[in-house]
Write a protein that binds this ligand. Sequence first.
Ligand code: TXE
Length: 480
Amino acid sequence: MLPLLNYLNGHYQPAHNGRTLPVTEPATGQPYATLPDSAAPDVDQAVRAAEAALPAWRRRPAEERGRLLLRLSELITGHLDRLAQAESQDTGKPLSLARTLDIPRAASNFAFFGTLAQHFATETHLQEGLALNYTVRHPLGVVACISPWNLPLYLLTWKIAPALAAGCCVVAKPSELTPYTAHLLGELATAAGLPPGVLNVVHGTGARAGQALVEHPSIRGISFTGGTVTGRHIAAVAAPQLKKLSLELGGKNPTLVFADCDLAEAVQTSVRSAFANQGQICLCGSRILVERPIYEQFKTEFLAQVQELTVGDPLAEATRQGALVSEAHLHKVLSYIELAYREGGHLLAGGQRVQLPGRCAGGYFVQPTVFEGLGPECRVNQEEIFGPVVTLTPFDTEQQALAWANGTEYGLSAAVWTRDLARAHRLSHQLHAGVVWVNTWLHRDLRTPFGGMKSSGVGREGGLEALRFFTEAQNVCIKL
Ligand code: TXE
């Protein structure tokens, strides 16, 4: 058993209570590591270390902080294979995906924010002859970064990097399901020269370690990505203490395919957006709405490509679909497949758990699954499944597609496939989605605001939005 440890004040240590939790490899169903079952004393130690490190860290010029983040970025790139291997083992995602998406993006997060902090200018407002106002953006202080299991290092660093760049000190709480790369990050942070206490990682359950972190009176801001139910709970805990909150929550994203689109590209990208990371990306397009004249052709080509998504050992190069993250999540996804039948859905592909031979015999694999014949109101089209289950639905008019696309409680992202430029603009502005992609998907520019509307969240990450979140504006008014 690999013992994963908390990273507090620049050192690795177990939980104060000495308790551990098992970490399971989703591809095998076997435990392979333990993580500290941390509680309030561990969180308190982490927060105190961060508080002690804060005065010196916030005083450093942005350029110096940035240099350390760039060094950390280089170290992540230098350890690409080891980190990708760890991420794949921990999550069940194909090693090829971890190597090309998760880990490179973690490196980019540090490189991007390490540089951006130097371009973070403040505003001045001149009242002619009367006064000059200028705004100072102070680091918020000690902040909590709480991340989920689907893109562990990618999402954790998407929070840590802007927080550190802005001059905050961080207590991070990775998902208890996927703690491995967060554990390795401590070692790299030390090697990069981050001063002790600037970044602390506390492992453990959401209910114990996460809750203690959110409740801690010295935490000034919380950046959270995870389920909508958890986000609501965190907001309720944090509100009486008036903590600043950024919540990136679930999605039930529509893909709108119009008859005038480039069909080959729309099909290929829609398959990817439906099933990348086994459908466990908050931006995955799980409701595919297709204009009726091309519905049958889209369906035929879509299903042909779905058949090619090899489900297999995540470590094998040919694997396109790995395992779901946990046994509990496997059963959640299978229960939605059952529900799809009960709601009158017609199965077009998949629908079964996959039993692989050998090493992966006990793994949590599900075939990429496609249903049609489900109305926009049914639960399968309303609730976040967060797995490889999507629906195909024909539509007749733009207004109908728009109403269906907007007809859920979520509003994270949407994809529109059309060659009609006017329609692309018109629809984009009417879609209830924080991110709209036209003729593409998961095309990310780290400078752009990222976040959801409605139950998909509050606040925006990315670029200057993230630096604004981790700082507090102060206006200084000088009489002229
Ligand atoms: O996430 P949780 P879960 C969705 C997806 C999934 C569902 C539940 O639909 O099926 O959420 O997933 C920590 N105080 N998404 O239960 O619980 C927890 O330890 C403080 C969408 O695995 O939200 C982990 O670190 N922290 C999503 C983090 O919150 C708490 C990605 C997320 O876990 C806490 C993941 C508490 N009281 C799931 N309780 C996305 N938007 O990408 C839990 N945590």
